[in-house]
Design a protein around this ligand. Structure first.
Ligand code: ADP
Ligand code: MG
Length: 263
């Protein structure tokens, strides 16, 4: 009935794939085992374009493993991960290209100690031929000023506080111009007084429309910044929903039990 007068049902194939997998990220029946340890037991999950999801759950439930499967830091045991319609679990995919599109920030910053802050931020785009040295420096300074560290470009990581190091790590991930950002407990290793400055950078990124998945222990932050909260336990998604709703009225017993301990 949606009569197309041109009769053009001939959507190009590439567009049709994008329609089928309309979400930025689509995880389908994902399993991951380490030896006999079945860590992910059939995860189904989507992340829409511009959406921010927070993944919460007990230690050991598979949150980090799930994030790592999203950019192929781990090989999946079975199931599929589509990024913009492309199955990144397939053998022939270009890992550099995946990691260029999906930036990741870890609990520990892993900055190169012998390089300056600006060199840390510009290394990957130059090495991978994405930007010229000049363009990378310009972009790097722009990003450092975005995370409030313009004046630290020439400093070494050892001269920075934990919060500053983590902001550099975020700038470094952004330097590849990713479409999606993954944060794995980005504030867990920080002294309490430095958590706020890092959350502020993540909050700004969320507001800018970046598609993001955050694994976090900061429940208040998850409630504030996430469009959707995913509660994982023992390798499955137990419950997910609107943050206000999920925190106020968890439906599943395991969610209630977890929240009663952390809220
Ligand atoms: P979470 O991030 O929710 O704390 P993880 O994904 O880190 O959980 O870990 C889930 C389980 O997977 C744990 O039992 C952990 O020991 C196991 N695991 C994670 N990474 C590896 C690995 N590289 N090799 C073997 N076991 C692993
Ligand atoms: Mg973890």
């Amino acid at each position: 009935e949606a009569g197309d007068e041109n009769g053009s049902t001939d959507t190009p194939f590439t567009e049709r794939v994008a329609v089928v997998h309309g979400d930025r990220v689509e995880v389908v029946d994902l399993h991951k085992s380490f030896g006999s340890n079945d860590v992910l037991k059939g995860i189904d999950l989507t992340i829409a374009n511009g959406e921010v999801i927070a993944i919460i759950g007990p230690s050991g439930s598979g949150k980090s493993t799930l994030l790592r499967c999203l950019n192929r830091l781990e090989e999946v045991t079975s199931g599929h991960v589509y990024v913009d319609g492309e199955d990144i679990t397939e053998k022939g995919v270009n890992l550099d290209s995946i990691r260029q599109r999906i930036g990741m920030v870890f609990q520990h910053f892993n900055l190169f100690p012998h390089m300056t802050v600006l060199q840390n931020v510009t290394l990957a785009p130059v090495e991978l031929g994405k930007l010229s040295r000049t363009a990378a420096n310009e972009r790097g300074r722009e990003l450092l000023s975005r995370v409030g560290l313009a004046e630290k470009a020439a400093a070494r990581p050892a001269q920075l506080s934990g919060g500053q190091k983590q902001r550099v790590a975020i700038a470094r991930a952004l330097a590849m111009d990713p479409e999606i950002m993954l944060f794995d407990e980005a504030t867990s290793a920080l002294d309490p007084e430095m958590v706020g400055e890092v959350l502020q950078v993540i909050r700004d990124l969320a507001k800018s429309g970046m598609t993001m998945a955050l694994v976090t222990h900061e429940m208040g932050f998850a409630r504030e910044v996430a469009d959707r909260v995913i509660f994982m336990a023992e390798g499955v998604v137990v419950e997910q929903g609107d943050p206000r709703e999920l925190f106020a009225n968890p439906k599943e017993h395991r969610t209630q039990d977890f929240l009663s301990k952390v809220l």
